[in-house]
Design a protein around this ligand. Structure first.
Ligand code: NAP
Length: 362
């Protein structure tokens, strides 16, 4: 049986779900895949838990509980979150893993952190593998992101579509030399929820507040409403398809106006009612034509648009998170993947699937 060292960067919603899935599924995972994930380090932004023999399941679940209570992963700092970092840097952690001579490890980035590209590359250069749910390393300037695309030891299924097999499908199409003509989809569960509430006559400001209260949005809902997260997904798909896109190649419609950009989150939530009248008009115009508004991403020939689009209310696509590929083979009828919007469990399952895939390929 293979023992595979794993290092987890990030113990938030996705990281916690991943740890629970690994711990709760140990026995079937081991039987089916003949491997055991030995989690030697978990980190949040400021602290780390490390044991080169592997952290116990009790330690992992205690860390998940601690994070749920707003504490740190390291029990020495559980009493309060330290104001500054009390762990080695990410680069030092990679070196520590290599120096421990445990063999090739899997580094999992389930943070939303900027600037981890050099560290991830360091891990790959030292013979380790990388799994990303964090889109940022793949969506930065092409020059820094390019080495991650098609790297044999990097997987990122959960970066687009949560746990839906979007990346695996695109990889398969490319492997069989199918030509990608056009990619389209509703790629944000959060914006899908908000659009659904607009159909029901709820004001935009109320739908935003509701999505935030349910935990569907980022802590600052403008991260979702501005379309940046969807833009990153479009960049990842387009770059995989062979178009070395930069952010400027994608036109993004923000669902809030620039004057609301610099407010605090509570101020923004209060001021969001300024957006209601214009949105009401658009919703009513669409409904008058038997349509509903959906936040849709479209990509063809190296250019993309992301924004609200009226689509027929009777279309099955009005009510699901989907992505469609129009290709050489799937030209008349596109290849369609659709289903429930992602959540942390499905996203974590996508990460786990990538980890297992990497082990199988070794
Ligand atoms: N949530 C979803 O359904 C979903 C779906 C698809 C993809 N994703 C992506 O998955 C990633 C994680 O999402 P999430 O919802 O789990 O986010 P989250 O709840 O905000 O958790 C992020 C975690 O990363 C930690 N962190 C930040 N910087 C770090 C660093 N430099 N090193 C180590 N840890 C660091 C944070 O630590 P502190 O606790 O100390 O701040 C926190 O534990 C994001 O990139 C997101 O876009 C999420």
């Amino acid at each position: 049986m293979k023992e595979v060292p794993v290092i987890l960067f990030g113990v938030g919603g996705v990281g916690s779900a991943l740890l629970r899935q690994i711990v709760n599924g140990r026995s079937p995972l081991t039987t089916r895949n003949q491997c055991q994930f030995n989690i030697i380090a978990i980190t949040d932004s400021k602290t780390m838990l490390w044991n080169s023999d592997g952290l116990s399941d009790e330690q992992l679940l205690a860390a998940v509980d601690a994070k749920a209570q707003g504490l740190c992963v390291d029990p020495a700092h559980h009493a309060q979150i330290p104001t500054s970092r009390v762990r080695p840097s990410e680069a030092e952690i990679v070196q520590k893993v290599t120096d421990a001579n445990l063999g090739p490890a899997i580094f999992v980035d389930v943070t939303a952190a900027d600037g981890l590209e050099p560290v991830l590359m360091q891990a790959l250069d030292q013979g380790h593998s990388v799994v990303l749910a964090n889109k940022k390393p793949l969506a930065g300037p092409w020059q820094t992101a390019a080495p991650f695309y098609n790297h044999p030891r990097l997987r990122h299924e959960s970066t687009v579509g949560g746990g839906q097999p979007v990346i695996a499908t695109l990889r398969y199409l490319l492997d069989v030399n199918d030509k990608i003509h056009r990619i389209e989809g509703q790629l944000s569960g959060t914006l899908g929820f908000i659009c659904g509430r607009l159909d029901e006559g709820i004001l935009l400001s109320q739908a935003i507040a509701e999505a935030k209260a349910k935990g569907y949005t980022e802590p600052d809902p403008r991260e979702d409403l501005g379309g940046k997260d969807v833009m990153r997904k479009v960049m990842i798909l387009g770059r995989m398809a062979g178009w070395p896109l930069e952010a400027g190649d994608i036109t993004v419609e923000s669902l809030y106006t620039p004057d609301l950009a610099n407010l605090s989150v509570p101020e923004f939530l209060k001021a969001a009612c300024q957006l209601d009248a214009a949105m009401n008009q658009r919703v009513a115009a669409a409904l008058g034509n038997g349509q509903v508004l959906r936040y849709v991403a479209e990509l063809a020939e190296g250019r993309g648009t992301v924004g609200l689009k009226p689509i027929p209310a009777s279309s099955p696509l009005a009510n699901m998170k989907y992505i469609s590929f129009r290709t050489g083979f799937y030209n008349d009828e596109p290849l369609l993947i659709g289903g429930k919007g992602a959540g942390v469990e499905m996203t974590a399952a996508g990460v786990l699937g990538d980890m297992i895939g990497l082990v199988r390929e070794r």
